[in-house]
Design a protein around this ligand. Structure first.
Ligand code: 5RP
Length: 229
């Protein structure tokens, strides 16, 4: 038997992915995020696929995994609301505010989260922080605005880099680019998100404060801890 202290990070992701099933409402469509932790959730969701109508997905990668496992995927435009959205995070603070977008899916994640009544974050304990900003903040930008937005973050003390993939700028599912901003201490996530979202050329900023988590299933050495905000 595995002792709690010997959980690997991968095992913690599996534990929280499985624990999230308790928030899935039978007969409904579930909102599904993106990332390695969500992949564990998708695999677990497949075990109860007969009990749900399907999913709204936040990325091409999650859509492919859902479909491969036989879970129907609906377009976000075909639903008016979702009972729950389940997604990971790169950082989560004590108010349920998060940094997301390490997997470059932040814009669609925010759209699906906005459709949901409840955001359930699934994360291992390494993601918990007091102040957001140690993880480089992802910002999805229209390519022609990248240098301008880079200078604005630099003026705030940020160290900004254009995310690359295979020697070229990474292109998101929406055809845009990602800036990663290091060196920020985001003490007022609501105000930060509101301000940065209004800069011309910003598609989405990876601070999820207006779409914060309502519940976090945190994988710890002692097992799954449930945090409510
Ligand atoms: C993708 C995300 C992910 O939720 C975040 O990067 C966490 O990923 P992982 O579960 O692989 O650590 O925001 O855009």
């Amino acid at each position: 038997m595995t002792t709690p202290a010997s959980f690997t990070q991968d095992e913690l992701k599996t534990l929280v992915g499985q624990a999230a099933l308790q928030y899935v409402v039978p007969g409904e469509i579930v909102g599904v995020g993106t990332g390695s932790t969500v992949n564990k959730f998708i695999d677990a969701l497949a075990t109860m696929k007969e009990q749900i109508k399907g999913a709204v997905s936040s990325s091409v990668a999650s859509t492919e995994r859902l479909k491969h496992l036989g879970i129907p995927v609906f377009d976000a435009n075909d639903v008016t609301s979702l009972a729950v959205y389940i997604d990971g995070a790169d950082e989560i603070d004590r108010s349920g505010y998060m940094i997301k977008g390490g997997g470059a899916a932040l814009t669609r994640e925010k759209i699906v989260a906005a459709l949901a009544t409840r955001f359930v974050c699934i994360a291992d304990a390494s993601k918990r922080v007091d102040v957001l900003g140690t993880f480089p903040l992802p910002v999805e930008v229209v390519p022609m605005a990248a240098e301008h937005i880079k200078r604005r973050f630099q003026a705030q003390g940020g160290d900004v880099s254009l995310r690359m993939h295979g020697g070229a700028p990474l292109v998101t599912d929406n055809g845009q680019h990602i800036l990663d901003v290091k060196g920020l201490a985001i003490k007022d996530p609501l105000a930060f998100e509101t301000a940065a979202n209004q800069w011309p050329g910003v598609v989405s900023v990876g601070v999820f404060a207006h779409q914060r988590a309502h519940v976090c299933l945190l994988g710890t050495a002692q097992g799954v801890e449930t945090l409510k905000y």
